[in-house]
Design a protein around this ligand. Structure first.
Ligand code: NAD
Length: 445
């Protein structure tokens, strides 16, 4: 199929290159000409494991990028909208990028033939695709949805850091919309015919996306709350608590006598610094705002968000417990990305941790193996020092805080042994063996 992808960010690029890998002919569109030039030159504007190989394989062949939306839409059978849907100040989502794209696409449909399908892949609240998006497409084109052109939704479930694999070997494909859209989406994914498919209406698939993220956020805040109680009571290690919980047959699915299999959800039941990234905080906030608007406040999710907002402060409390007032202490913060194997720092817990440490008067140095110093521009006031080299970052530290579970941080005990120093290590991800360090404080311990 000839496919147009609008928005060449994380989702757009992974989708576009993934579809090229599945054999489709793809044009990715973006407003940002620097992004488009970089992509056509074989350089990725984002870091995502495995994506560069796909770019190398398909640029100049089945894949290209452009700023010319009209040409890309008119040359395609299906258009996937993958633009951002950021949070508004009141927590709701800003769908203005989706709406602007719908108007531009509608104008092209008005001048073209019949049968083109427009699919919303961006995360939008239930009622957006069959509401404002359809209205704008019809208004701008003067044509009828479901008859002259198709409209549907196909939310993306990829996880940054493993996005290419998630796209090419998904656990599910969720599609919704009118008959034209459903038929086009089935054709788009024929290369993934073995993957479980949910085909329903657009509102239901929009709800599936939000419910999935709300469930994961709930698991994280639940385990953090249990970990915090365990730490307050003393003598309890949350890692062992959760290991004991995970062995339940309800979670492992193991028959009596069979080897238990660790359920994937177990990764969300590990205590840590809280959830971050471009999706969970934004999607939980959007669902909360929608619930309030609809007169159905989501009380459980309100608590999930509140627990999460407090969690980064726990790392700073652990440091203070071990070191006393932090003024004058050299503190190394390890990790800026919200999770490993990505350079995405949106809503990373690193920022509240840094802000609290700087406010406490600590002398802060930051390290991340992938994210550069430029990300520190996000901080409202003072900027901490940045160090590329892990050993140099922790050399003179009296305290170390691990924020991101990057695999290189497994080397921290060995590096410290080589340096002969014994700073307090606050393990915000519970990734180190406590006995490997002279002074260890882990979240939930
Ligand atoms: P992003 O900010 O990385 O990329 C969006 C891109 O769209 C930007 O490059 C922007 O320049 C471009 N754009 C905006 N308006 C445009 C227009 N009218 N024409 C052409 N280009 C335009 O965003 P993202 O992380 O890829 O997220 C996109 C959507 O997917 C969001 O709704 C998000 O919630 C959802 N989502 C994201 C992830 C993730 O892990 N990042 C996972 C699942 C779903």
């Amino acid at each position: 199929m000839r496919v147009c992808v609008i928005g060449s960010g994380y989702v757009g690029l992974v989708t576009g290159l993934g579809l090229a890998e599945l054999g489709h002919d793809v044009t990715c569109v973006d407003l940002d000409s620097r992004k488009v030039d970089a992509i056509n030159d074989g350089r990725l504007p984002i870091f995502e494991a495995g994506l560069e190989d796909l770019l190398r394989s398909h640029t100049g062949g089945r894949f290209r990028a452009t700023t010319d939306l009209a040409a890309a839409v008119s040359g395609s059978a299906i258009t996937l909208i993958c633009v951002g849907t950021p949070s508004r100040d009141d927590g709701g989502i800003d769908t203005s990028f989706v709406e602007a794209a719908a108007i531009e696409i509608g104008a092209v449909l008005g001048a073209g033939g019949r049968g083109h399908c427009v699919i919303v892949k961006s995360t939008v609240l239930p009622g957006t695709t069959d509401g404002p998006v359809t209205d704008l497409l019809e208004g701008a084109s003067g044509k009828r949805a479901g008859i002259d052109f198709g409209v549907g939704a196909n939310p993306e479930f990829l996880t940054e850091g493993q996005a290419v694999d998630d796209f090419l070997r998904p656990d599910r494909i969720v599609i919704g919309g009118d008959d034209l859209a459903l038929a086009a989406l089935r054709e788009l994914y024929t290369g993934l015919a073995d993957v479980p498919l949910v085909a329903t209406n657009a509102r239901t698939v929009e709800m599936i996306k939000y419910t999935s993220n709300a469930m994961l956020a709930t698991a994280i805040s639940f385990s953090n709350e249990i970990a915090n109680l365990g730490a307050a009571l003393g003598g309890i290690d949350t890692v062992d608590v959760m290991r004991g919980v995970h062995l339940s047959r309800y979670l492992t699915g193991a028959a009596a006598g069979a080897e238990p299999v660790r359920a994937g959800i177990a990764a969300f039941f590990e205590a840590g610094c809280g959830y971050g990234g471009s999706c969970l905080p934004k999607d939980v906030a959007a669902l909360l705002a929608r619930g309030r608007e609809a007169g159905t406040p989501l009380r459980l999710l309100e608590a999930v968000a509140a627990v999460n907002a407090d969690q980064p402060a726990r790392l700073v409390e652990l440091l203070e417990r071990e070191l006393g007032p932090l003024r004058g202490h050299r503190i190394a913060v390890l990790g800026l990305a919200f999770k490993p194997d990505t350079d995405d720092v949106r809503c990373s817990p690193a920022f509240p941790v840094l802000t609290s440490l700087l406010a406490a008067g600590a002398d802060v140095v930051v390290h991340d193996p992938v994210v550069g110093a430029g990300a520190l521009d996000e901080l409202p006031a003072e900027r901490p020092a940045y160090e590329n080299d892990l050993t140099a970052a922790i050399k003179d530290a009296t305290g170390i805080v691990i924020v991101t579970r990057w695999s290189v941080y497994a080397d921290v005990p060995e590096i410290l042994a080589g340096l002969g120093t014994s700073p307090v290590v606050v393990d915000g991800r519970r990734m180190l063996d406590p006995s490997a360090l002279p002074r260890y404080a882990g979240i939930g311990r």
